[in-house]
Write a protein that binds this ligand. Sequence first.
Ligand code: ADP
Length: 426
Amino acid sequence: MKNSYFLFLGISFLFISVLDYFHLIVYPGMNIISLSGPNASTQFWISARLMQALSFLIAPRFFKRTLHVYRTIIIYALVTAALLICIIYFRNFPTTYVPGIGMTQFKNAAEVVISVVFATAMVLLSRYRSRLNNSLLLFLKLSFLLTILSEFFFTSYVSIFNMESVIGHLIRLSAYYMFYKAIIEIGLSQPYQLLFLETEELSLRKDEFINIASHEIKNPLTVIKLYAEHLNKNLKPVLDAKNRQALSQIDRQTDVINHMVNDMLDASRITTGKLSVVPAPCYVDEIIKNTVTEMRQIISDHRIVVHIQPHIRLYGDIDRLHQVFTNLIANAAKYSPPGKRIIVTLKQQRSRAIITVQDFGQGIPREHQGHIFEKYYRTPQGEQTAAGLGLGLYLSREIITRHSGRIWLKSTMGKGTTFFISLPIK
Ligand code: ADP
């Protein structure tokens, strides 16, 4: 996984905790190591906070980049070692506490810088919100805010033993708790949600690409189609049979590509919520009759039989319903052997129009029946039989649902498939 945000933070926390450990053991009240009194303890505190704030500032870079783990560990180890040497051995880290006077200006300025870095890290994190789960982002931000608040208490105390210091530490504790909630509870116990967000983003990018590519293909395709029609009209009388067939193949195949491109554009319109379905009063029997007439010209090796009850009026988008019926009849032809019948029926059942498209083809295995309305879904049998994108039924279901209708199927392997559509009559 490319997202190394948490891995980077994990490494940084390992070294921050080393500094925090020294902050604790050199603290005068602990009586473990005695250095320069509270000064060294506060120096470790400031170093740890600065390292933490900077780590949070850098971490979002690794939402997109792969982390060089060993290189990161070495850099953190070197910085931590340098700080330890400066504070314990050379004692040349700027003074943070002077007994009798209190915290130095350096210490207070450092706390302000730390707060500003935390605030910047928080703003930066918001830019990557699409990569984080909402509650994780909320807990991380709360943790940042509490950290900034605790810094405020640490700048306002004089002695390290007084009330502000205690409150500061308590707030810092709650900041750690929020961080724990974000990383451990959400990041680790529900990591699939983070993965899901990544997959979702990839899928959005793929949709975007398909959308742009389809638009680009559509323009030259329209030109090819126009010229093919032009040549068909003007050259047909003078061409011999072979060339005439070649020309009509160009025309027909252009229609096939056009159909695929339109399906891809419609699928991306569904994703962006821009698929237009504009219902108006219409006769569904007319739409079916027109579709069948059109399909009879395209499908020559199947017999399309119709049983249609006339004058069924409903509220529908003529072009979109035509698209659905075309797809079902085209599928019936695609997935059944030549010579077989395709039966299309329409009848009124109480307040609904019921349309069926039946074929006598290969059938759809039971385990795939629940999936074939999904985007890009194709059955292995379907893939072997004919080319397709697996978008027709996905679009059909969306269009029918937008008409407050329902689409379903019954299929028996080796015997055939019937698709049913139920639409409300107005
Ligand atoms: P496409 O036909 O382009 O693959 P569809 O969304 O129209 O896309 O259909 C999805 C899949 O459902 C097809 O690939 C095929 O496997 C299966 N399918 C659809 N209609 C039929 C049918 N009438 N008979 C058998 N399988 C079908």
